[in-house]
Write a protein of this length. Structure first.
Length: 181
């Protein structure tokens, strides 16, 4: 996984650049800057997870700090959505980790809690789905190519972070489309 660092960073920054050009975030500097900070911090968290299979608490704290900053710089999502976003993915991940040891790491759980505050509950759900789907595609490809064994563990954080990067721009419309909310 370490050999994919550069490609991962380029992909995350590309998502930011293309998303900023095509989305409503081009309207204000403070919103665009806050989204940029969020994507940079989740990119670093994803890289650290690739490298060591751990997301340090200090990076989850930085992501949470960026999420709290976004409460001031970005009118959407509303506070109730952000509070629900704190729990809507992280609690099911925690339950899964307790029921199936090794299924999710503590860093993944905290990452999705902090990211949920930034994204709000709809985008957080969509981001988790996107991230798990991308992680599944990657793992399936690695299985087919013989790079990993069937029961191998791999870091999910980079894929969750990529899902959150997409979720900033398409999370709410995607959730509304699928869940008809």
């Amino acid at each position: 996984m370490k050999k994919y660092y550069a490609a991962y960073i380029v992909l995350m920054l590309s998502v930011f650049c293309i998303g900023s050009c095509l989305s409503a975030y081009q309207g204000g500097f403070s919103e665009t800057f806050t989204v940029f900070l969020f994507i940079i911090t989740i990119t670093e968290a994803g890289c650290l997870d690739m490298k060591s299979r751990k997301i340090p608490d200090k990076w989850n704290a930085v992501i949470l700090g960026t999420a709290l900053l976004s409460c001031v710089t970005m009118p959407e999502p509303v506070p109730v959505s952000r509070i629900i976003g704190l729990f809507c993915v992280s609690v099911p991940f925690l339950i899964g980790a307790l029921l199936v040891p090794g299924s999710f790491g503590g860093g993944d759980i905290k990452l999705m809690a902090a990211g949920g505050v930034f994204l709000g509950w709809k985008a957080a759900l969509a981001s988790a789905v996107i991230g798990i789907f991308l992680g599944g595609i990657w793992a399936g490809g690695c299985l087919i190519m013989g790079e990993i064994e069937r029961k191998a563990c791999f870091p999910l954080g980079p894929f969750l972070c990529l899902g959150m990067a997409f979720g900033v721009y398409i999370g709410n419309p995607l959730a509304e489309y699928f869940f008809n909310l």
